[in-house]
Ligand binder design. Structure first.
Ligand code: SPV
Ligand code: MG
Length: 536
């Protein structure tokens, strides 16, 4: 059933109907959850919630925007407090069209002059519209509506303006005869006498609705007995909000403690429930492209390094370079590529490796073991797309970007400018690759051999210490570690990552090579730090 039909039936029914005020999407939703069957789009509350007066200070299209949020947040019928219709009959025609378009079930028009003032502010001084002119507005509204069930409520302010019972009856009768679906007779008296007197004389079929704000102590039963079945609770949601906010904001200001109100306010998850977040999460799976692969990085940082007194109380991973620990450089470099899932294998002085953010794995046998033993301690981390990085290297972003964007199940970053580095350490991870002539831009370049025993004339570059594994290669690496250790535990304890690469290659894994030309360094000994680093 359409909302307008529901509203029409509710107003006509002899069962009691309470139209609950709402002033935005949230209060509309809460009113629905509380069980009210229909909403009152109160001019007073909507204007107050917008921070302005109930004097048509908010434009009618601004009110319409609020109504649209209310209609979207619920499926209840909404009766808009349309004030005077925001102008003459012509403005009313456009209003009705727009309300229908936005699923608002009806409008209440009052017989005052634009711009109106709230009925409870010097009501007796307020001029009323000419009866004929107002009847023209009602007719225009009824003639304009496309939906036969759209509801037009005519509200007389005769009592408010102190014109008395006869005027109220005359007006209500004229409005009913002009096509109004319901009559709102408003009173600002502290008791129900005006309303009861009106009902003593009201003999037409047209149903009546009242707004008992000023006579709240009168039980609704009194009115039901008099033939009124429709009631507007016109501002009680807004007034509840005001009281709750005043009390809680005062407490917060006084105590400066969130705990002073924590137990009394809705938990954040209640906000999400009211926003229907569940539904969004369900449909995201259907409509959003699969979320980008989550890449993780595992940094090997168990070893002490040859840094003399500098690594007495911390491993080289925590040495300061350019004002921060090497590990911070790593974490930031990975973060810049959107990699937040970072694991670190610690060993020497592990308690000093305590940067918040990464997950930590411990190789407690770091003194007697090498890189693969460290890697094995984080074997469960080797899943999906994983970068394995030496903890003692520093590299430019483009090397990591190149690695991440390169196709292949296993990819390593190799420095083609290895000769220029002029290093004398014997533990350089020199490599031999395919496509020696122009390795820098060869998409298909593959690793042929790496590490010890490589004839000097076959060397084409140096492994930078960054390895990317994906499409099952990370899991394969984890399995390989386990089987390598099972085969020869003593050899495994001494083994390094190039050894793992050789194992993977002999098991049929292609290791792709992405080249860089310098732009990285490793930290093997004190001479690799600059003076300022040594000072920190
Ligand atoms: C409103 O809620 O804005 C009304 C009812 O028009 S009253 O404030 O009683 O006039
Ligand atoms: Mg109003």
């Amino acid at each position: 059933m359409s909302r307008s039909k529901v509203l029409k039936q509710l107003l006509r029914s002899k069962d009691s109907t309470i139209l609950m005020e709402a002033h935005n999407g949230l209060s509309a939703k809460l009113a629905q959850e509380a069980g009210f069957p229909a909403l009152w789009g109160s001019g007073l509350s909507i204007s107050a919630a917008l921070g302005v007066r109930d004097n048509n200070e908010a434009s009618w299209t601004q009110v319409l925007e609020v109504l649209e949020f209310m209609a979207d947040a619920t499926d209840l019928p909404i009766l808009l407090d349309g004030d005077t219709g925001y102008g003459n009959f012509n403005n009313v025609r456009r209003l009705v069209k727009k309300l229908e378009q936005r699923s608002v079930a009806g409008v209440c028009l009052e017989d005052k002059l634009f711009p109106k003032t709230n009925s409870f502010i010097d009501g007796e001084k307020q001029p009323l519209a000419e009866v004929d002119e107002f009847c023209g507005k009602l007719k225009a509204a009824k003639d304009t509506q496309n939906d036969p069930d759209f509801v037009v409520v005519a509200r007389t302010e005769a009592f408010i303006a102190d014109w008395g019972l006869q005027e109220a009856l005359l007006r209500a009768t004229a409005y009913a005869e002009s096509g109004a679906d319901c009559i709102l007779v408003h009173s600002a008296k502290k008791d129900a006498r005006e309303i009861m007197a009106f009902m003593d004389h009201w003999k037409l079929e047209t149903p009546v609705v009242i707004v008992p704000t000023k006579y709240p102590s009168e039980p609704l039963e009194t009115f039901r007995k008099a033939g009124i079945h429709n009631f507007i609770f016109a501002n009680h949601a807004l007034r509840s909000v005001i009281t709750a906010l005043q009390r809680n904001l005062r407490k917060l200001k006084e105590t400066e403690s969130l705990m002073s109100i924590e137990a009394e306010i809705a938990p954040v998850k209640e906000i999400f429930r009211l926003q229907n977040m569940d539904e969004l999460q369900q449909v995201e799976a259907r409509y959003l492209p699969e979320t980008k692969k989550k890449t993780r990085a595992l940094i090997l940082g168990a070893s002490k390094g040859n840094f003399g007194p500098l690594t007495e109380d911390k491993p080289k991973l925590m040495l300061f370079v350019g004002g921060k620990p090497v590990l911070s450089w790593h974490v930031e470099a990975f973060n810049r590529q959107g990699i937040k899932d970072i694991g670190v294998v610690r060993g020497f002085k592990k308690e000093s490796v305590d940067l918040t953010g990464p997950s930590y794995f411990d190789n407690d046998r770091h003194a007697e073991t090498g890189e693969l033993a460290s890697l094995l301690s984080a074997k469960d981390y080797l899943r999906g797309e994983t970068i394995v990085a030496y903890g003692d290297i520093m590299f430019d972003d483009h090397i990591l970007q190149g690695l991440l964007s390169h196709e292949g199940d296993a990819v390593i970053a190799v420095d083609a400018a290895w000769k220029l580095r002029q290093r004398d350490d014997e533990k350089r991870d020199l490599v031999s690759t395919t496509g020696v002539s122009a390795p820098l831009h060869d998409e298909n370049c593959q690793l042929k051999a790496i590490g010890a025993g490589l004839p000097a004339n076959e060397v084409t570059g140096e492994w930078v210490g960054l390895l990317l594994l994906r499409n099952g290669a990370a899991e394969k690496a984890a399995e390989t570690l386990v089987s390598m250790r099972a085969k020869d535990a003593a050899a495994f304890d001494r083994a390094d990552v190039p050894q793992l690469l050789r194992e993977l290659m002999s098991a049929g894994v292609e290791v792709k090579v992405v080249h860089t030309f310098g732009h990285w360094r490793d930290l093997d000994a004190e001479k690799d730090l600059v003076e300022s680093d040594l000072a920190s």
